[in-house]
Write a protein that binds this ligand. Structure first.
Ligand code: PMP
Length: 289
């Protein structure tokens, strides 16, 4: 079925949803976006996503041509117009149409695009058996070059690492920063468990401030688990008891091998399973966080 897409000020048919070749989102990756889940018709953590989008835009001096409230309404309208029960929203704000030069201020107005569609999840088997990953040789962007908190339209750093993963027949790669500390996976945040304590790299190490990450941290604390944010090395990943990733699309997924080395006993560990279960319940309105 053809989708209704939000473009700029209202809904249009999928085939009418087109943007200019002079949009700086296309010419330079100049823009910001969010990936958001819908569970049983309810948009997940919408306020947090809208906040992060506005902060990303602010950091880039990109003016979003809507208020937080009108943008929130536009997201809800798009979800309803497409009858999305369980799905995924892509919310994009490009810099807009300008001249061929870099100068963002030639762009008169940002373009807002909202797509609400179904989602391609990892196969269920991967959640049960756990995922294999590799360490990427591509170093995560220096946080002082491009703040990792900015969810920009330029994902080339992560795409280069994703290519390494796919070349090695695994779905994900762990990225390290310029100092060798764990930053994040190409589209997910990283956690490990050692002696029943949950560890996560600080965002300053070079990761997006994941919304799933924040929810999982709250759920873990509610379960009485200790969470420590500290710099982690490849060694820490090699010797941990459990490793898992979090993200809007992946939710919580266990990792059982890295660089061909088995993690823990090679199965998805108990704390990962617990947090995945708690996350599922929270997303479906059956649990507080
Ligand atoms: N890191 C990167 C680079 C991402 O693109 C994402 C989102 N796919 C995440 C982490 C996870 O963030 P969130 O939980 O907000 O989806």
């Amino acid at each position: 079925m053809a989708l209704k897409i939000w473009l700029d000020t209202g809904l249009v048919d999928e085939k009418e949803a087109r943007i200019s070749v002079f949009d700086h989102g296309l010419l330079y990756g100049d823009g910001v976006f969010e990936g958001i889940r819908v569970y049983r018709g309810k948009v997940f953590e919408l306020e947090a996503h809208i906040r992060r989008l506005f902060e990303s835009a602010r950091a880039l001096r990109l003016t979003i041509p809507m208020t937080k409230e009108t943008l929130t309404d536009a997201v809800e309208t798009t979800v309803r117009a497409n009858n999305v029960g369980d799905g995924y929203i892509r919310l994009i704000v490009t810099r807009g149409v300008g001249t061929l030069g870099l100068n963002p201020f030639t762009c008169e107005k940002g373009n807002v695009i909202i797509i609400a569609d179904t989602i391609q999840l990892y196969p269920q088997e991967l959640y049960e058996k756990g995922m294999k990953v590799i360490s990427a040789t591509t170093v995560r962007n220096h946080p002082l070059a491009l703040p990792p908190q900015v969810k920009s339209l330029n994902y080339l750093n992560n795409i280069l690492a994703k290519i390494e993963a796919l070349d090695n027949d695994v779905p994900e790669a762990i990225m390290y920063n310029h100092e060798g500390y764990v930053a994040e996976a190409t589209g997910d945040n990283v956690f490990l468990v050692k002696n029943s304590v949950v560890y996560a790299p600080p965002v300053e190490a070079g990761s997006l401030e994941g919304i799933t990450r924040a929810v999982v941290m709250r759920l873990a604390r509610r379960e009485g688990l200790d969470i420590v944010e500290k710099n982690l090395t490849r060694y820490d990943l090699y010797v941990c008891d459990e490793l898992f990733l979090t993200g809007t699309a992946a939710e919580v997924i266990g990792v059982v091998q890295i660089d061909g080395r088995v993690i823990g006993d090679g199965t998805v560990g108990p704390i990962t399973r617990l947090l995945r279960e708690k996350f599922f319940r929270y997303a479906h309105g059956k649990e507080q966080a």
